[in-house]
Design a protein around this ligand. Structure first.
Ligand SMILES: [Mn+2]
Length: 473
C-alpha cells in the first residue's frame, strides 16, 4: 500500500512522544510499524494496518518502518523508494514530507537502522515491544536479539527494560487525548449510521450478509473501515460468530456487534433487535433486564470506580432479574459469588477501547489489569479483560449480555450442578427458548463527573429499536 501520512497537526504526535520520553528518560526505545500479512501467498495480503504503538506516536502507516527514540532525539527509518516499489504501490513520500507530517525531524533509510541501534548502545540497551505479526517479530529478534522469534501469540514475560517501556506506553495511551477523542467520536458517528442502516434493512427472509453489507457500507462510505470483524448473527449466543450466511426468520433476534475505525481509532457497539420489529413478551422481558443492567453499569463509569466491581454489580443486577423471572433461585449476591449468573452472562462486562478495539491487548493483561491484580480462575470472571480503577479520559465498553449456550447450560459442572441444587429452574427457562443471545454495548468515556456515553444516540430502548427495524421496507 501507499504510505499513509497523518493529516492532523503533527504536534499531536510530538506531544505524545514527549509524554513517553518523560516517562522512560534516556532509555532508547524501538517501535516497529509491522509489515504486510499474507493471506495465502506473499503477494496477496490482508489490508495493511500499522502496529498501534507505532501509529499512536507517529500517526503514520508505513509498512516495515521503525521509530527509534534515543537519548537525544526521535528518528524514523523507512524502506527507501525504488522503481519496483513505486510501480506496484505508488511513490513513497520523501523524507521531508514524512518529517513534516509526523514531526519526527530525522527520517533515514531502513538499512541504517542496525548502525543506529549500535550507536544507541546495542541490542540489550534498546527497549522494544513484541511485534504481533510473525515476520516482523522475526526481524525484531534479529535486530534486537530477543528470543520471541518462533513464538506465536502474546508475549507476557517481557524483560525488565521492555516491561518498563510497556508500562510507560500503557500509561500514556490509557487516557484519550483530544485528538483521540475527536477520532473516536467520528468513528462512533459512522457506527451509528451503520447500526441504523442494519436495523432499517432487517426483515424476515433477509440474509445476515445483506445486513452486514448495509452496516459496513456506512463505514466505508465515510472513508473508514471496520475496527474488527463484524458479528451479525441470529445465533447471538455464539460470542464471536464470524459467519454471515444465516437467514433471518420471524421470531429471531439479530445480534449485531460492529464498529467503525477512524484514523485507527476504534468504536465497538452491540445492539440486538427483533427481526420482525416486535419483541415477543419473553424476548422483551430479558431485553429489558439486560438493558437495565447495562444502563446501571454505564452510570457507574466514574473516576475511582474499580471496573471489576462494576462487572460484579452488573452480575448481581442480572441475577436479581433472573430470580424475579423464576429462572434462578437464591439471593443475588450469593448467586454471583457462586458464579450462577455466569451461566447466562459468561463474559466480562467490557474492556478499554482505543487504537485497538481491546486496547493494548497485544501486551496481554498488562494494560487491562492494574499492577497487583490478575484474572480470576472462576468460570465467567476469568474472561474479564479489565480490572483497573477508572480514571478520567479512559474509554471503556459496557456490554452485558444474556445467552443460552447449550454447552454451558448442559455442562455437568455448570448448568447441571446449578440445576441439581435447585439454583437453576430449567422449566422456567424453557419459557424463554426464543431468547438465544442478547447483548447491548456502548462506549463510555470516564470523565471527572458524569459518564459520557459516546454511543448514546444509537437506539437501545425497546421502542426506539422497534421503530427502526424494517424502516427501509
Ligand atoms: Mn466490545
Amino acid at each position: 500500500m501507499a504510505t499513509l501520512l497523518p493529516t492532523q497537526d503533527p504536534r499531536v504526535f510530538s506531544e505524545r512522544r514527549e509524554r513517553l520520553a518523560a516517562r522512560v528518560g534516556a532509555t532508547p526505545a524501538l517501535l516497529l510499524a509491522g509489515g504486510y500479512r499474507p493471506r495465502n501467498y506473499p503477494d496477496n495480503v490482508y489490508p495493511y494496518r500499522a502496529a498501534s504503538h507505532f501509529l499512536y506516536f507517529t500517526g503514520a502507516q508505513i509498512p516495515d518502518a521503525a521509530l527509534l527514540k534515543t537519548a537525544g532525539e526521535w528518528q524514523l527509518f523507512i524502506e527507501p523508494d525504488g522503481p519496483g516499489h513505486a510501480l506496484w504501490h505508488g511513490e513513497t513520500p520523501g523524507p521531508d514530507a514524512i518529517a513534516r507530517a509526523t514531526g519526527v525531524s530525522r527520517v533515514r533509510p531502513l538499512g541504517e537502522l542496525p548502525e543506529a541501534l549500535a550507536a544507541a548502545g546495542g541490542a540489550d540497551a534498546v527497549a522494544t515491544l513484541p511485534a504481533t505479526d510473525p515476520s516482523t517479530r522475526a526481524r525484531q529478534g534479529a535486530l534486537l536479539a530477543r528470543d520471541w522469534g518462533g513464538r506465536a501469540g502474546i508475549v507476557t514475560d517481557l524483560g525488565e527494560r521492555d516491561a518498563a517501556l510497556a508500562d510507560a506506553i500503557i500509561d500514556v495511551r490509557l487516557r484519550a487525548d483530544t485528538a483521540a477523542l475527536e477520532h473516536t467520536r467520528e468513528a462512533v458517528s459512522a457506527t451509528r449510521a451503520g447500526h441504523l442502516a442494519g436495523m432499517a434493512l432487517t426483515a424476515p427472509g433477509a440474509r445476515e450478509y445483506q445486513i452486514r453489507a448495509a452496516i459496513e457500507h456506512e463505514f466505508f462510505a465515510r472513508g473508514m473501515q471496520c475496527a474488527y470483524g463484524s458479528i451479525v448473527s441470529v445465533n447471538g449466543e455464539v460470542l464471536h460468530n464470524d459467519t454471515h450466511l444465516g437467514t433471518l426468520r420471524a421470531g429471531d433476534l439479530l445480534l449485531v456487534d460492529a464498529g467503525a475505525e477512524h484514523n485507527g481509532w476504534a468504536s465497538d457497539v452491540t445492539r440486538t433487535w427483533p427481526v420482525t420489529g416486535r419483541f415477543s413478551a419473553t424476548q422483551r422481558a430479558i431485553y429489558e433486564l439486560v438493558l437495565h443492567v447495562q444502563v446501571e453499569a454505564c452510570d457507574r463509569v466514574r473516576a475511582g470506580a474499580r471496573y471489576r466491581d462494576i462487572h460484579l454489580g452488573a452480575g448481581v443486577t442480572l441475577a436479581r432479574g433472573l430470580v424475579d423471572l423464576g429462572i434462578l433461585h437464591g439471593d443475588p449476591e450469593g448467586l454471583v459469588e457462586r458464579g450462577a449468573h455466569a451461566l447466562f452472562f459468561p463474559h466480562g462486562l467490557g474492556h478499554i477501547i482505543g487504537l485497538d478495539v481491546h486496547d493494548m491487548e497485544d501486551l496481554g493483561d498488562r494494560a487491562g489489569y492494574q499492577a497487583g491484580r490478575s484474572r480470576s480462575e472462576q468460570f465467567g470472571l476469568g474472561y474479564l479483560r479489565l480490572d483497573r480503577d477508572l480514571e478520567p479520559g479512559m474509554i471503556v465498553t459496557i456490554e452485558p449480555g444474556f445467552y443460552q449456550v447449550p454447552a454451558i447450560l448442559n455442562h455437568e459442572e455448570l448448568g447441571g450442578k446449578f440445576a441439581r441444587d435447585g439454583t437453576l429452574s430449567r422449566s422456567a427457562l424453557e419459557r424463554f427458548h426464543d431468547v438465544r443471545g442478547i447483548r447491548i454495548e456502548d462506549d463510555v468515556l470516564c470523565t471527572g463527573g458524569d459518564p459520557d456515553v459516546l454511543t448514546h444516540d444509537i437506539p437501545k430502548d425497546p421502542a426506539g429499536v422497534e421503530s427502526q427495524v424494517g424502516a427501509a421496507r
